[in-house]
Ligand binder design. Structure first.
Ligand code: UDP
Length: 239
């Protein structure tokens, strides 16, 4: 009998370090309405990420800088708790959190019917309690549920998920270890109904083919996450 052993030719079937298939998300749990004081809130666990989001508003802004005559202004603060990572993070904003706050507001904005609330502000506070790779996507996904919980009128939810390249293979939803050792990370946010992309970043090197594959995979991941978002709102408000 001849046994043929092929090594590394069927990369799509290879398991990852944490046992996931190339197109498999980490376990995801979302709960809407977890805070009493905020107008809307959500708590999300995604693999080793734990993220809490609070939303206030829309409410009249008394600060000139945030007043728009024709629409509401979205203010977003993404914050990583000092205890959210292995090496204690220095408290307070840094370049990374300022960037993530900005791209998160921009990813959510197209879904919100801003024209309904001139001169108003909507505050979104994203607190990363534990981080394990992919916190910007986790924050956007949870913020969208918190906005819906606050009753903010939206055209659609916003869902975010990353894909990337690890060990020369395009995979869905990179863990922290994969992000650190990997070759590329592509976070994507979409409005699932229209397919409109509201966030697309790319860190690392990908061929055009790999980029296409990563984008497709991330969009598929978003569609799965979208069902869990809907479930979270159903659990809170019924059908
Ligand atoms: N991270 C960390 N310390 C930091 C920033 C990030 O340990 O100060 C970890 C954290 O687990 C994060 C991951 O590195 O999720 C990847 O960070 P990145 O900047 O790529 O953003 P993310 O993937 O969280 O959106």
């Amino acid at each position: 009998m001849i046994t043929i052993i092929t090594l590394g030719t069927n990369l799509g079937a290879k398991k990852r370090d944490d046992g996931r298939a190339f197109d498999e998300l980490r376990p995801l749990k979302i709960e809407a309405g977890v805070l009493e004081r905020a107008d809307g809130s959500a708590y999300l666990e995604f693999g080793g990420n734990k993220v809490l989001v609070a939303v206030y508003g829309p409410r009249e802004s008394h600060i000139r800088r945030f007043q728009r005559p024709d629409r509401a202004y979205i203010k977003c603060r993404y914050n990583m708790a000092p205890f959210s990572v292995d090496d204690r993070k220095r408290p307070g904003p840094d370049r990374r959190s300022i960037e993530i706050s900005k791209i998160t507001a921009e990813a959510l904005q197209p879904a919100i019917i801003l024209e309904k609330f001139p001169r108003s502000v909507i505050d979104i506070y994203i607190e990363v309690l534990e981080a394990e790779g992919g916190t910007r996507c986790a924050g956007i996904t949870a913020a969208s549920v918190a906005l819906a919980d606050a009753g903010v009128p939206m055209k659609d939810m916003v869902v975010a998920c990353a894909a990337g390249k690890v060990n020369d293979e395009v995979v869905l939803d990179l863990s922290e270890a994969e992000d650190k050792d990997g070759q590329a990370d592509v976070p994507v946010a979409i409005l699932p109904r229209s397919g409109e992309i509201t966030l697309l970043q790319s860190d690392g090197n990908l061929t055009p083919d790999e980029f296409e594959k990563a984008l497709d995979l991330a969009v598929k991941g978003c569609m799965e996450i979208s069902d869990i978002q809907k479930e979270a709102l159903k659990n809170r408000y019924g059908e």
